[in-house]
Design a protein around this ligand. Structure first.
Ligand code: AKG
Ligand code: FE2
Length: 337
């Protein structure tokens, strides 16, 4: 029987994404804790995705973080360009939208056409890593508003780092290994906070080209990703039937998905599932802008990832060689940028 803390967030085309009340895992009752952890793990094993509510980060903190993100993206382009993303090793800084590419179109009509076409793929982002890495500085705006932004993002980063410990503890309990087995892999906080802005897009752009997406299908690289999204919608998850199913925003929840490194670490018992962002259906002329905030958790970069106890046996042997986490991630980023 389903524990009370678990309900269904998405159920379509054999994709079953559970909605888990995480306060039940954080509770003191061992039986509730265990059954909630097992449901969370089952979500990662079956769908690669779960929704979490009562995850411990308050709604007002989340709201403030979105507000600061919107203010950041509203800055003039020149200011943002001064904070540009540099290298896969650093993975910090601002990535401009694809709109720049249109500057070689010279008539207003052509610009509008290209813009219309590329608008749908348009997104801008800023990546923020852990503070205090001398060779890998975060890129902060330096004016007073930039100070407020920095303060908000640094404290949000740390709250998400705490949540990483707790989600990995739930996975450990679900697997039946020591609750703190993953702790020594999480304490480095080698994670990435990404602020994303998808500008508004005219609806006829999407009608003209049904394949246009806001973010193409991909898997994430790390252990788990916490996805904070606004209510605009558009996130879709690949189902076992090969269809993309809407992962509709649910107020007060975050979407959590497993990444490639966790799939590998778990000897492929946990799934890293493809997802994308499309423009949600709209009755109006424009698809509104969308803001989302993924937080990518990574095991400590200097750690070696080898199959987690309990994920392999004689009948189901280890499939992968041990790998250095940091090197693995940089390889992946090099292939992307
Ligand atoms: O914007 C979103 O909702 C998803 C973003 C995403 O999947 C990613 O950045 O990896
Ligand atoms: Fe993603």
């Amino acid at each position: 029987m389903k524990p009370e803390a678990v309900s269904t967030a998405v159920s379509q085309d054999n994709l079953e994404i559970p909605l888990i009340d995480f306060s039940a895992f954080l509770s003191d009752d061992p039986a509730t804790k265990k059954s909630t952890a097992q449901a969370l793990l089952a979500g990662f094993q079956n769908a690669g995705f779960i929704y979490l509510q009562n995850h411990g980060i308050s709604q007002s903190v989340v709201d403030n973080t979105f507000a600061e993100s919107a203010k950041f993206f509203a800055r003039p382009r020149e200011e943002k360009d001064q904070l540009a993303w540099t290298t896969p090793e650093a993975n910090r800084g601002y990535s401009q939208p694809g709109r720049e590419k249109v500057t070689n179109a010279d008539t207003a009509d052509d610009i509008e056409k290209v813009r219309a076409l590329e608008g749908a793929d348009l997104k801008e982002s800023i990546e923020i890593g852990k503070q205090g890495e001398p060779d890998l500085p975060n890129q902060w705006p330096t004016d007073p508003a930039g100070e407020v932004f920095k303060h908000q993002m640094v404290s949000f980063f740390d709250l998400c780092k705490e949540l990483h410990f707790n989600v990995m503890r739930a996975i450990a309990v679900g697997l039946g290994i020591d609750e703190h087995w993953f702790d020594p892999y999480c304490d480095g906080g080698d994670n990435t906070l990404r602020l994303l802005h998808y500008p508004e897009v005219k609806s006829d752009v999407f009608k003209a080209n049904q394949n246009t997406v806001r973010a193409g299908a991909h898997t994430d690289y790390g252990s788990v990703t916490f996805l904070f999204q606004d209510m605009a919608g558009g996130l879709q998850v690949l189902s076992p039937k090969g269809t993309f199913v809407d992962a509709t925003p649910i107020e007060g929840t975050i979407v959590v998905n497993a990444g490639d490194l966790l799939a590998r670490w778990s000897n492929d018992t946990i799934k890293s599932t493809k997802h994308r962002v499309v423009e949600p259906p709209t009755q109006s002329e424009v698809h509104p802008a969308r803001y989302s905030i993924p937080y990518f958790c990574h095991p400590n970069h200097d750690s070696i990832i080898d199959a987690i106890p309990g994920t392999y046996s004689e009948a189901n042997p280890r499939k992968y060689q041990p790998v250095n986490c940091g090197e693995h991630l940089v390889q992946r980023l090099k292939a992307t940028y």
